[in-house]
Design a protein around this ligand. Structure first.
Ligand code: NAI
Length: 246
């Protein structure tokens, strides 16, 4: 089990809820005290943020919870409940102000600040992520890619040379790196994560299929693409068996 996470209550879908719960300090103008926000709510915020970004790009200024509900396939009452965790975002008259809501949710997600990240492991997945890095639109700045295979040193991936692991500690400090993406095999991921913690990293986006042994102060987000695929196959089977989509 990952440090900082509680028991997985929904093992099938790979969803995990934080036993400790997350505490979020909200801005004073919304007159809300520090408040416990469940991981289930937090896990929905990126989706709200994405849809609101699309509405904003389309020039839509206001949206009601019912309209959001139709677009997002989440009930309007769920949306209102979620937003009430953050003071409700001031829905008045006809709906929410799209740009305001987008910016506020962005702030809650920490997207109003830049995050500097590095990738450890310049193999298939590491290179694919480096080449995608559309994340930069959200303020995630890709600063470097590392590997321990000498044949990869100097290889240019999206205009950045692959660096040897020996340069990692200095690089992290000099470039104020806060996030590391781990795309290395699981047998070396635990030791590399420990090194990253010593070097001062704050968060790890972990693609290696192993639980990392890091202090509670370090945030880890485990990604398992196959969980999503298993959810898909579950829904296919359920639909075929029951004639309804769960
Ligand atoms: P790959 O073999 O193409 O790349 C791995 C890279 O890590 C290699 O370049 C290797 O030299 C480097 N490496 C190994 N040990 C290292 C160390 N101690 N320090 C620095 N670099 C090191 O493998 P691929 O396909 O890119 O997958 C990487 C990892 O991600 C694997 O563990 C795989 O199981 C996992 N993976 C996870 C997915 C997910 O959804 N969570 C999806 C796909 C892969």
């Amino acid at each position: 089990m990952e440090p900082g996470f509680g028991e997985p209550i929904d093992i099938f879908f790979g969803l995990r809820y934080d036993k400790k719960r997350l505490y979020m300090k909200l801005s004073e103008d919304r007159k809300v005290e520090s408040k416990e926000i469940s991981q289930a709510v937090i896990s929905r915020l990126p989706r709200y943020f994405r849809y609101l970004g699309e509405l904003k790009d389309e020039g839509i200024e206001r949206v009601s919870s019912q309209e959001l509900s139709d677009i997002m396939k989440v009930t309007a009452s769920q949306i209102r409940q979620d937003f009430n965790n953050f003071g409700g975002f001031g829905q008045q008259g006809y709906g929410y102000k799209v740009e305001y809501l987008y910016e506020e949710i962005g702030k809650i997600l920490g997207l109003d600040k830049e995050h500097r990240l590095i990738i450890i492991g310049a193999g298939n997945l590491g290179q694919a992520l480096a080449n995608y890095m559309n994340f930069e639109r959200r303020g995630f700045i890709f600063r470097g890619i590392f590997d321990n295979n000498p044949s990869l040193y100097g290889k240019r991936i999206r205009d950045m040379a692959v660096r040897p692991m020996e340069e990692l500690a200095d690089f992290v400090k000099e470039n104020n790196i806060d996030i590391a993406v781990l795309t290395i095999p699981k047998n070396s991921a635990v030791a590399v994560a420990e090194q990253l913690v010593r070097d001062g990293i704050k968060g790890i986006w972990n693609f290696a299929h192993v639980d990392l042994n890091v202090p509670e102060s370090i945030q880890v987000e485990n990604v398992h693409l196959s969980d999503s695929l298993m959810k898909l196959t579950y829904n296919i089977i359920s639909y075929e068996q029951d004639g309804r989509k769960l």
